[in-house]
Design a binder for this molecule. Structure first.
Ligand code: UDP
Ligand code: MG
Length: 321
């Protein structure tokens, strides 16, 4: 069976249509499936629609978060609770073409354990966003060997991969990179990013910036190395300056040189601040991880609800009989 994991945050205009489109495609291809909508604490009608859909259709299941935990949390909740032999993660706004799923399943049957759908182009994005994304992916690639430029969250994973991801102890996760980090036999297929079906994107620049910094620091020590590198360059600089001022002192030509002093102080101070900032960032990561907080809290699972209802009816039956 295939589990389709669909994170949804304020997607009331999309869920119903998305469910219809995906189940239509899978029914036609004769693939056995469950659709798992993970409602990431939406504040609109998303959850009530998911509940209704799951009442109507036995192969639709919904998880409801107690608040908004972010897409990462939603993906990992889906991975943990899904029951399929393999799982596909797909966006709720149909920007990831579900027509590809049968093809991905076919590749899985051929023995691939991870089927990654990569963007053939990056779609319509603003110039700033493009520059930012490029910079982010370059750092990630050069320092952690994870090529993410065209990667997306649209992937098929075998049960083995799902279990490996579920076994990872860390709580600050980056699905896109972790799913290649765990390894396994993988292949890629390309897709064209479609425009959003309805609603608006939930990202803004601030959110994206935090996302990038978070993922860079949880995947690499590059910023710390950069600071060390700058420190070394600065040390060389300081030695040269020191020698020069000593020479001047002994030859009796040393008087002015305040500019150098300013420069040195400013440079040193900024270097120290950057260094402290970077170290502080990594320390906050350690702090986050050490708290052992869950990365999401599920308040309702439609599957549990069914079970509870069944139990309730059986106990009433018991009392009557
Ligand atoms: N999403 C989520 N939690 C969030 C933000 C987004 O579960 O806090 C889901 C959203 O419902 C969608 C997917 O993540 O299914 C991608 O979000 P979006 O379309 O806003 O991002 P974009 O496609 O612009 O990268
Ligand atoms: Mg989208």
């Amino acid at each position: 069976m295939l589990s389709v994991i669909i994170p949804a945050y304020n997607e009331q205009d999309n869920v119903e249509n998305t469910a219809k489109v995906i189940s239509g495609i899978l029914d036609e291809a004769g693939i056995e499936y469950e659709l798992m909508f993970v409602d990431d604490g939406s504040s609109d009608a998303t959850w009530s629609i998911i509940e209704r859909l799951s009442d109507e259709n036995g192969s639709i299941r919904g998880l409801h978060f107690s608040r908004n935990f972010g897409k990462e949390g939603a993906i990992f909740a889906g991975l943990r609770r899904c029951t399929g032999d393999c799982a596909v993660v797909i966006d709720c706004d149909l920007q990831h073409p579900p027509e590809l799923i049968p093809e991905m399943v076919k590749l899985h049957e051929q023995g691939f354990e991870v089927v990654e759908a990569v963007k053939s182009s990056r779609g319509k994005e603003s110039l700033l966003y493009k520059m930012f994304a490029k910079w982010f992916y370059r750092i990630m690639k050069s320092s952690s060997n994870v090529d993410l430029d065209r990667a997306s969250d649209f992937k098929l994973m075998d049960r083995k991969v799902i279990d490996a991801l579920n076994d990872l102890p860390e709580r600050i996760t980056f699905f896109r990179a972790l799913s290649s980090w765990v390894g396994f036999r993988s292949t890629k297929i390309e897709f064209e990013v479609a425009p959003r079906k309805a609603g608006v994107s939930k990202w803004n620049f601030g959110k994206l910036f935090t996302f990038a910094v978070n993922n860079i620091t949880s995947f690499t020590n590059f910023p710390m190395q950069l600071v060390t590198g700058m420190g070394i360059i600065f040390l060389i600089f300081a030695v040269i300056l020191g020698v020069q001022s000593l020479v001047r002192f002994f030859s009796g030509t040393a008087q002015e040189g305040f500019t150098t002093v300013y420069l040195v102080i400013l440079l040193a101070a900024s270097m120290i601040m950057i260094g402290l900032g970077v170290i502080g960032y990594y320390m906050s990561k350690i702090y986050e991880e050490i708290k052992f907080r869950p990365r999401y809290i599920i308040s309702i699972d439609t599957k549990d609800k069914e079970r509870k209802e069944r139990k309730e009816t059986s106990t009433t039956d018991g009392e009557n009989g």
